[in-house]
Design a protein around this ligand. Structure first.
Ligand code: ATP
Length: 437
């Protein structure tokens, strides 16, 4: 494992305000992470770009934002109460618990005991749903679950969405939101956390074999293309089809998109052909008719669902890892400008010259109307460049004495370190072209 790279990313994330350990001043809480000023912008950009691509630009997908807390029957219907579990084994030497199906973690742990032969307990199924209690009266509270995945909130609203929009099959429902899992072994930084965000589309189609195959292939390609369009290196992405014995019993097909992480190829997101499992189960458990009537043929059926399910945190982490570069003594994040927390940073050449500050502030305030822009007047220009490089700011704009006479600024490019002189009146178009062009 390239531990070194992961350690560098973890350190950079803390140093530059991307990600901090959760509840750090109290000694932390395992498997939780807090996003700082740069990290929250990165995550927001990922979610906004995803939403734009999935909902804004398409006529066949609409969005919902369902409650995290649901009637517990929904989790019985979806099979989570019974089967949302991982096999847990305990090391008899130190009593640490691991997932029996993660051979690399088991091996690394055995190696950590050096000369002692490690024995393991038999695997036990461990349910990953996080329980919570709802209600104000002690003893009269009802036990509920924090959602273990965001899918259920979509399926239970299938009928509501149909009845309140003009959408027709094939169509999708998109959602972004938090999920919670009592993960046995959180780790690899934010990769496996106990609280995380997902972005999903449940895409409902006619229950026909060819339709299923067509849309499954379509979504596989569509999703990998999206990550490539945001600059992920092609050689770091691959598909991995699930073997028959690996899939949930109801899944007609399943494929992961994997990323070549420092600790090995790892699941980034999944594309799952779930058949009519979810709607049929919710129909059965709720007693409500969740079928669809084709408006043209009057044919009545329970649609099939092709799901695309991606982690926001895993996306953020893999974008950071992929973008991390060391170049001629510089550390930089070559994030796609659309993902970069700040599109540009504005610097007055000197901090003690009011006329420079005034001019720089006016440019800064104007740019802020359209872009997320940073301001820095500390230290020398070299230090300011270094700080912006490390958070992936694509452009640094310096206001110098010449600006006062020629109304132009120096724009320095993050990746090439080349500088250009740009007229202030052209600056917004210039930034826009670099970000969206
Ligand atoms: P894994 O096998 O890695 O535990 P999974 O197959 O259980 O993942 P899914 O249930 O398919 O994952 O969830 C869909 C997506 O949600 C994953 O591809 C991942 O991006 C994200 N995700 C799942 N579990 C976690 C977690 N514990 N921490 C962060 N992201 C997660």
């Amino acid at each position: 494992m390239d531990n070194d790279l992961l350690q560098k990313i973890v350190a950079l994330c803390k140093r530059r305000g991307f990600v901090y350990p959760g509840s750090e001043i109290y000694g932390g809480l395992g498997g939780t992470w807090d996003y700082g000023p740069a990290g929250v912008l990165l995550k927001k950009n990922i979610k906004d770009l995803w939403w734009k691509e999935m909902v804004q630009l398409r006529d066949d997908i609409v969005g919902v934002d369902a409650a995290i807390m649901m009637n517990p029957k929904a989790w019985e219907a979806s099979g989570h109460v019974e089967a949302f579990s991982d096999p847990l084994v305990e090391c008899k030497v130190c009593h640490q618990r691991f997932r029996a199906d993660k051979a690399d973690e088991i091996e690394t742990h055995e190696e950590s005991h050096k000369d002692t032969k490690v024995e393991w307990t038999d695997p036990q199924q461990f349910n990953l749903l996080v329980k919570a209690y709802l209600g104000v009266l002690e003893g009269k509270q009802s036990e509920i679950y924090l959602r273990g995945e965001i899918t259920n909130g979509v399926h239970v609203n299938f009928k509501n969405v149909l009845d309140s929009t003009r959408i027709k099959i094939p169509f999708g429902i998109a959602q972004i939101g938090k999920a919670f899992r009592n993960e046995i072994t959180p780790g690899n930084f934010t990769f496996r956390s106990r609280e995380f965000e997902q972005m999903e589309v449940q895409f409902y189609i006619k229950p026909e074999k060819e339709e299923g195959e067509k849309w499954f292939e379509y979504w596989k390609q569509n999703r990998i293309d999206w990550y490539l369009s945001l600059g992920l290196k092609k050689e770091n992405l691959r598909f991995r089809d699930h073997a028959d014995d690996e899939r949930a019993h109801y899944a007609l097909a399943a494929c992961d998109i994997e990323y070549n992480a420092p600790w090995g190829w790892s699941e980034f997101m999944g594309i799952h052909h779930r058949g009519d499992w979810d709607l049929s189960r919710h129909q059965k458990y709720s007693g409500q008719d969740l079928s669809y009537i084709d408006p043209e043929t009057q044919e009545k059926y329970i649609p099939w669902d092709i799901e695309t399910s991606a982690g926001v945190d895993r996306s953020a982490l893999f974008f950071l890892i992929d973008a991390y570069s060391e170049l001629e003594g510089r550390t930089l994040l070559k994030l796609h400008p659309k993902l970069a927390p700040y599109k540009a940073a504005v610097f007055p050449l000197l901090a003690n010259k009011p006329e420079l500050i005034e001019k720089a502030k006016s440019i800064y305030l104007d740019l802020k109307q359209d872009f997320m822009v940073a301001w820095d007047e500390r230290g020398n220009i070299g230090k300011r460049y270094a700080a912006q490089d490390e958070i992936g700011t694509p452009m640094c704009i310096t206001i110098d004495f010449q600006t006062l006479s020629d109304d132009a600024v120096t724009v320095r490019d993050r990746d090439t370190a080349l500088q250009e002189r740009i007229k202030i009146s052209d600056l917004k178009d210039y930034i826009n072209e670099k970000v969206n062009g």
